[in-house]
Structures are given as structure tokens and as C-alpha cells.
Design a protein around this ligand. Sequence first.
Ligand code: HEM
Length: 199
Amino acid sequence: MRTSGADKTAAKPGTRPFVEVYSATARRYHWLVVALLAVQIPIGVAMVYRGPKLNIWDGITNNLYSTHKLLGMIVLLVVVFRLAYRIVHGAPAEEPTLETWHKIASAINHWGLYILLLVVPVLGWLGVSLYPALDIFGLFKLPSLVTANQKLAETVFQYHGLAAFALVALAGVHVGAALYHHLLRKDNVLARMIPRLMR
Ligand code: HEM
């Protein structure tokens, strides 16, 4: 089971040990989540700046909130599918040159990212259920998770924002580690997610 989430791609002959890369499906999930977050996080920051901070409650702010809620639910759905795929199919074997502490640190980082990718949107959904602010573009409403409690909603939104910034911090470490491996250690860790970078 472990290697069906992997494609077998050898490093250039005679240079490095054999390296497995993530399967095409696993890679698509990875880059789709990156693309969604690259839009979702700036929209979250912009709408909170325009709305609660500057007190501008116009059509633009409302559309930013609707977009954020909709994209957030899409992120949640994609992450659930991605996690199910990861659990069923496993991941490629570790890059052969990694020390034990690297393997442990990367496992903590990856599972931390998965946990936050579930916790952040669920807290957002819980917050809009409690508020309640479930409307999307005046077209439909998200299903509510709980009965309304505006005071509790405010606390949940605070945790939603904090967890989102923890997610950004962990993603920053993740990107930094990928660049460190590719540019300084010159191994194939990044190539597991971008096979044409294989050395
Ligand atoms: C992975 C998905 C998500 C990410 C990364 C994310 C990120 C963020 C960020 C960065 C903020 C701004 C926090 C601040 O500046 O204080 C925010 C606010 C907000 N998010 Fe999300 N979010 C996600 C999913 C969702 C979902 C699914 C919903 C609801 C269905 C949602 C509803 C909200 C609301 C209503 C606010 C404003 C809270 C307030 O006014 O204090 N978010 N989010």
C-alpha cells in the first residue's frame, strides 16, 4: 500500500540513489491546495481590514466575505479528499540521504499542516454558524453546524484567525525547508513534488 501514492522515478543514473516521487494525483492535490490558499489567505486579511477594521460594509466587503466562505469550504472538501488519498495510498519512500531528525521534523511539519488545514476551515464554518452569517452571494446558505450565539462566534473567529496565521507560519517553514534542500543540500526532496527538478 505504502508506495501506490508514489511514482517510480530514478535519479540520473550514476549520480544519486534511487528516488521515488509523489504520484501525479498527490502532486495535483498539493498544488491545488497551494493555489487555493494563495487566494484565500489574502482575501481573509483584506475583508477583515475593510470590514471590522475600517468599518466599510459595502458590496465589495460582502463579496470578499462570500468568496472567502465559499473558497474555504472548497479547501475543506479538497483537503478531506487529499487526506483520504494520503491515508489509503501512502507517500513515496523518504529521500535516501535524509538524517533521522530531518525525517521526524518533516513528519511533524506535514501532519501539522494537515491538522491546521482541517481545523482552520472548520473553525470558520463554526464561526459563521454561530454568528450566524451563512449567506453566500445572496444565492444560497451554508448548512449550519450549531445554534446561534454571537458572543461565542467572536471567540471562534479569533481562534480561526490565530490558527490561519499558525498555518501560514508552518507553510513558511515548509517552503523554507524545501528551498534549503533544493538550493543548499542539493538533494531530491523538492523534486519529489516537482519531478522535472530531479537531479
Ligand atoms: C483553509 C481555509 C481558510 C483559511 C486559510 C482562512 C483564513 C482566514 C484569515 C487569514 C482570516 C483573517 C483573520 C484576521 O485577519 O484576523 C480569516 C477570517 C475569516 N474567515 Fe477564514 N479561512 C479559511 C476558511 C474559512 C471558512 C470555511 C469560513 C466560513 C465558511 C471562513 C470564514 C471567515 C470569516 C467570517 C472571517 C472573518 C472573521 C472576523 O470577522 O473576525 N474562513 N480567515
